[in-house]
Write a protein that binds this ligand. Structure first.
Ligand SMILES: [Zn+2]
Length: 304
């Protein structure tokens, strides 16, 4: 799939790193940020805005939205969703380059994020439904609920992309006393939603990926093979080239840098059946962003 999220430039990455590092040293004295055994949850309220075309395209049943919320919560709780393909099925789905070796679902990490569906609002209108057209944007802005801590999701139809989102920093611009940026949201094409018609992208992981951006993550391949600032700003995601498809064999598309491509990471472009985890470095980055730029409350102990 492609995703419409704009990864920050190297200069912006440095600025973000500086802000997060400063915050981490102040709040956590540079110690470990998260311990799933002792720390509380960060609960995020979610509003779903389902846009339906005048012809009735794009409606998503409440039951499917509930299941999609379950997949989101599982992903952030470190659980490989039961609705995920088996790895044999995944291998069948993406036999790119003739590779048919199987991969195994490996370790996952737990995050403190939990998501609570507050309301689902359906709107039947072509103007809203065609999300890439200029008419849709003001309608989305008008419908947005809550502040920077509130996740608004819009579904409809996009051109050439499964979804997009914005960074936490571009909601608050460092000042949480101001109203949330009205563009702040996750936007999804209904065909890449759980059960949609996009064969590689219909197991619910596109939503997980876009929420990752919304909480401050870049694509794992965002700097390709150059490792300025660890590429995506996260220490434990090896740099790699944008690649899709290959899942079965460990490989390294940047041979001058250590580490196999993180093809199982939600923030890569792998097919849904291949992705099942974040990394600890990504979890820390999401927590720091959530507190600093979204004002989300977190009951954390200070760790050693
Ligand atoms: Zn993306």
């Amino acid at each position: 799939m492609s995703c419409g999220f704009q990864d920050p430039s190297p200069e912006e990455m440095l600025q973000i790193k500086h802000e997060l590092d400063t915050y981490k040293s102040k709040r956590y004295h540079n110690k470990r940020v998260f311990n799933p055994q002792t720390d509380g949850d960060i609960t995020i309220q979610v509003y779903f805005h389902i846009f339906i075309s005048d012809d009735g395209d794009g409606d998503i049943e409440d039951e499917v939205i509930q299941q999609q919320m379950g997949i989101l919560n599982d992903a952030f709780a470190g659980i490989v969703s039961s609705s995920s393909s088996t790895f044999e099925e995944c291998n069948y789905k993406i036999p790119i380059l003739g590779e048919r070796k199987v991969f195994k679902y490996g370790d996952t990490v737990v995050t403190p994020f939990r998501f609570e569906l507050v309301d689902t609002i359906r709107t039947k209108s072509d103007d809203a439904f065609y999300l890439s057209d200029t008419e849709s944007k003001p309608l989305r802005k008008q419908m947005r609920r809550g502040d920077c801590a509130t996740l608004n999701v819009y579904t409809g139809e996009l051109r050439n992309t499964c979804g997009f989102s914005n960074s936490p920093r571009s909601c608050s611009y460092g000042d949480l006393t101001k109203p949330a940026g009205s563009h702040d949201s996750v936007v999804l094409d209904h065909r890449c939603f759980l059960g949609g018609s996009n064969r590689e992208k219909n197991e619910g992981d596109v939503f997980v990926h876009e929420v990752g951006h919304w909480l401050g993550l870049s694509h794992t391949f965002s700097s390709s093979c150059s490792d300025h600032n660890h590429g995506d700003g996260v220490y434990d995601t090896p740099v790699h080239r944008m690649d899709t498809g290959r899942c079965g064999v460990p490989f390294n598309t940047c041979p001058f840098h250590e580490g196999k491509d993180p093809v199982h990471n939600y923030m890569s472009y792998s097919a849904d059946c291949c992705t099942y985890t974040f990394t600890e470095g990504q979890v820390e980055r999401m927590i720091l962003n959530a507190e600093l730029n979204r004002g989300l409350k977190y009951d954390s102990n200070i760790h050693i």
